[in-house]
Ligand binder design. Structure first.
Ligand code: SAM
Ligand code: SF4
Length: 442
């Protein structure tokens, strides 16, 4: 995934020592990876604005390019290499002056080699982002740009980080290495930030963390925080959850509170107990199924998504069959299916029993088809319903906006309503990934 948010250029606000400010300086931020990275880019955006940079969308218009990166799978690194190659060319032509690499690749071992090969000016991990502030000319950043720093205000939706890092050690995962151990933000900090966002017009709050449901602080648990947030924010969602931390009462609260979107993202990774053990996931397939039963009972109309890895070292045909069984039983509404990608420094990278590419590809397609079949069937049930739809992205050239129902379904709807507002419309048809609504009634 790549994402950038268009911004209006702002005038220079401050004059950092020793810098030539005769013309407006420009910066381009490219984001790769998950919502955590999108949120980190929001913080970076604030820094460069404070330093007097105008944000631009094209590399060739930028004095400074910041690549905020993801390291979870190898193809993410390959994509970043491609961008670094292009930036090298633009630098030789004198069109880009400086390049900074931040985020998860910056925190990984490979970053030193990338810095040398592509002559990158600054490489930063996920814990020392404040150094970027110094790089762009802002003083005393250690105090200002900490994990407590809120994201962009004044948008209709906002991500709010409630915890960083992860205390699990899943065999395949680089996150604990590049993001460190779990740190939970204090409840008052989170609530205060959300109150400010809502007062500033934010409609939709997404609570973020690698294992968001593991959040705890001074005797409070995630469910307490979610309940409190659901009383302040008009619309709330959270991601990503870990099955071992997901409490039944949290699942019930999703169904009980009108302001919580009834969409649960609960990564299972595999349906085989043997593989779940190899992966150190800390639960069995049966426990996962039981959680899903509680969710379906609490929010019968809600949507359920998951992450599945195919081709982890040692995965047999029998393990794969078990994953297909679980997919059938849970009837997911969508899933992110990943082919195993060895990450240097993780346990799985040196495990025996590599699965040949052709088999991984076949298993990937089998899981995908089953997910799509289930999702298509479930989506058909929505046809004919009249839904209140939250507009997430305004209408594009073809006149269709992208919205979301309270059940968490994505909907295409023909309207010019602004992002952050609601319309009511009847669902006229459905595919495996999205619902299609008719003309809104208001
Ligand atoms: N914390 C979440 C959890 O516990 O499920 C997931 C966070 S991880 C950044 C997002 C997803 O990437 C994982 O759920 C997993 O499916 C996938 N993933 C992580 N490492 C991977 C690897 N080495 N190869 C393939 N997929 C991987
Ligand atoms: Fe990675 Fe596992 Fe932590 Fe999720 S729980 S971030 S998959 S180590």
């Amino acid at each position: 995934m790549s994402s950038t948010t268009p911004m209006t250029p702002i005038p220079l606000s401050r004059k950092p020592a020793g810098q030539d400010l005769t013309g407006p300086r420009t910066a381009c931020i490219r984001t790769f990876g998950c919502q955590m990275n999108v949120h980190d880019s929001d913080r970076i955006r604030r820094m460069i604005q404070d330093a007097g940079y105008a944000e631009v969308q094209r590399y060739e218009d930028a004095d400074l390019v910041i690549l905020n990166t993801c390291y979870v799978r190898e193809n993410a690194v390959d994509r970043v290499r491609g961008h670094l190659g292009e930036l090298g060319r633009l630098r030789r032509e004198g069109r880009v002056k400086r390049v900074a690499l931040t985020g998860c690749i910056g925190a990984a071992q490979e970053s030193a080699a990338l810095k040398r090969t592509y002559d990158i000016d600054l490489v930063l991990g996920t814990h020392n982002t404040y150094e970027l502030a110094e790089f762009v000319g802002l003083p005393t950043m250690r105090e200002t740009y900490t994990p407590e720093l809120p994201g962009t205000e004044g948008e209709h939706n906002a991500f709010v980080t409630i915890m960083t890092g992860c205390n699990y050690q899943c065999s395949y995962c680089i996150v604990p290495t590049v993001r460190g151990r779990m740190i939970c933000r204090p409840m008052e900090g989170v609530i205060g930030e959300i109150e400010r966002l809502v007062a500033g017009g934010t409609e939709y709050i997404t609570l973020l963390g690698q294992t968001v449901d593991a959040w705890r602080y001074e005797g409070k648990r995630f469910c307490d925080l979610l309940e409190a947030v659901s009383q302040i924010a008009p619309r709330v969602w959270f991601t990503t959850s870990h099955p071992s931390n997901m409490e039944d009462r949290t699942l019930r609260v999703i169904g009980e509170r009108d302001t919580i979107v009834e969409r649960l993202h609960l990564p299972v990774q595999s349906g085989s107990d043997r593989m779940l053990k190899v992966m150190h996931r800390g639960y069995k397939a049966e426990r996962y199924r039981r959680k899903i039963e509680v969710f379906r009972e609490a929010a019968p109309d809600g949507t359920l998504s998951t992450d599945i890895i195919v081709g982890h070292p040692g995965e047999t045909e029998e393990d794969h069959e078990k994953t297909l069984e679980l997919v059938e039983d849970c009837a997911f509404d969508s899933a992110y299916i990943f082919k195993f990608s060895p990450r240097r420094g993780t346990e799985a990278a040196t495990m025996p029993g590599a699965v040949p590419d052709a088999i991984v590809q076949r298993r990937f397609l089998e899981v995908l088809r089953q997910i799509e079949r289930n999702a298509f069937q479930r989506n058909q049930r929505k046809v004919g319903d009249v839904e209140e739809i939250y507009i997430r992205h305004g209408s594009t050239e073809d006149g269709k906006a992208i919205g979301e129902t309270w059940s968490g379904h994505a909907v295409h709807v023909r309207t010019d309503a602004a992002p952050g507002t609601y319309v009511k419309a009847r669902i006229e048809s459905a595919g495996p990934h999205v619902l299609y609504a008719g003309e809104p009634s208001r």
